[in-house]
Structures are given as C-alpha cells and as structure tokens.
Design a protein around this ligand. Sequence first.
Ligand code: ZN
Length: 254
Amino acid sequence: MSGRAGVESTTVSRTLADVPTDRTTSLGEACERPPGRLEGELREPQQLDPETAARRRRALARIRQYGDPILRSRATPVARFDNELRRQAQEMIELMRDALGIGLAAPQAGLSQRLLVYQIDEESEARVLVNPELVWHSEELEVAEEGCLSLPGVLLEVERPLAIRVVAQQLDGAAIELEASGLEARVIQHELDHLDGILILDRVPRDQRRAALRALREALERPAAGADVVLSSPAAASDSSSPRDQSSPVTASD
Ligand SMILES: [Zn+2]
C-alpha cells in the first residue's frame, strides 16, 4: 500500500493557494493504516475541539445527503470559466475543509456541474479539476476503506484501480493531464463517480450494500445526523481482506 504520499502528478494544476488553511487538526498518526477513506475521513476525530466540531456540523448540513436526487444525476459539463466558477470552486474547498473531508464533488454542494476538488492531506494544496475525464487506469486494483460526506455512518471497502490518468481543465479553462496513484487516485475516482451519479454503495457487493443502507437509515434517522455519525460508527464493518470478485457498478436503489 503506497500510503498517503499520493504521488506527485506530472503536471502543474492551478490551485487556490489563497484559500486560508486554518485547519488545526492533523491527519493523525494512523499512517500504518492505509488512509483509504475518502471524503468522510476524519482527521483525528477524537481530538476535535468544540469549535471544529461545530464547524464540521455546519458544513455537513450544507452537503447534500443520501436521498437527494442530485446525487444520482449526471452532472453537466462546465462551459463558462468565469469568476462564478472560481467562486464555486473556492466555496467547495472551504466546505470540504470544514467538513474535514479530503474531496468533494459539485453535486454534493448542490451544483450539477462537472467540477471536483480534493486535498489529500494538509501538506498538499487543494486541487480543482473541471470537466475531468478518466483516460487510463492501471490493471492493478486495490481495496481500501472509503467514507462519503453524503453517506453518514457508512464506511465501505471499495476496490478501485491503483493508478489513473485524468484529463481535465483548470479554472481558467486550460487543459491539464494528471497522473495519480494511491490515495490521490482513489479520491479522484470517488469524486468522478459522484459526477456520474454513482455512490460507493454501488461499488460493493450486495450484502455490504444492504448493511450500509441499514447503517445509513439509522444515521439519517438520528437527530443531527451526520456530524458524529461518521465519527463514531464505522458501520457495516466489512472484513473484506479477501479479494473482490466483482466491481461492476450497480445502480443501487434505496
Ligand atoms: Zn462521496
């Protein structure tokens, strides 16, 4: 497992360097463990100070949750590279950071646009990909745990290609090509799925999906769901150390 040193891309992509990084929590020392969780990943959940926890709750309340039809829709390509797009990207970055996520796709923020942001750790910069397309992926697959900011209480072992190549545009419309592996590749694939209305529920075998849906229902029924649920209940704890024999996306119902 390559760990979180998510591989430098070969290209330079513009990032919003001016976004303040006021995050004080750390990614944690759990480096032994593959940091495979995606957006729902928390950086040291136990150590959230009240202010951070409150900020996270507010952020989660602004993120579309399971059941919202936008999460099942295919997002529209971005056509205008203007200030509004830049503003949206910046807002998404702030939302992702406040929610203590490491990636966010525009539909989760209520925008049906092919736009995603991610930041796999505190040391790296936030990146923005507009109209991203997967153009290559490795044959080699890897299973790792993923969470999702739109699926409170759900953690699933998801199998994905280890390395990918993506073409996309920057906020000014310039074309870029990006290679990634490990966690970075995983986050990008997770967010690319969101742009096509695919959730991690669709990427796991049926029995795990059922367990996840149960956990999800419980989480959503709880008042003030979201904030603490992802923190404290690694639901549907699947012990899949065994290799997956399927990976076909299924259009899950609810
Ligand atoms: Zn997600």
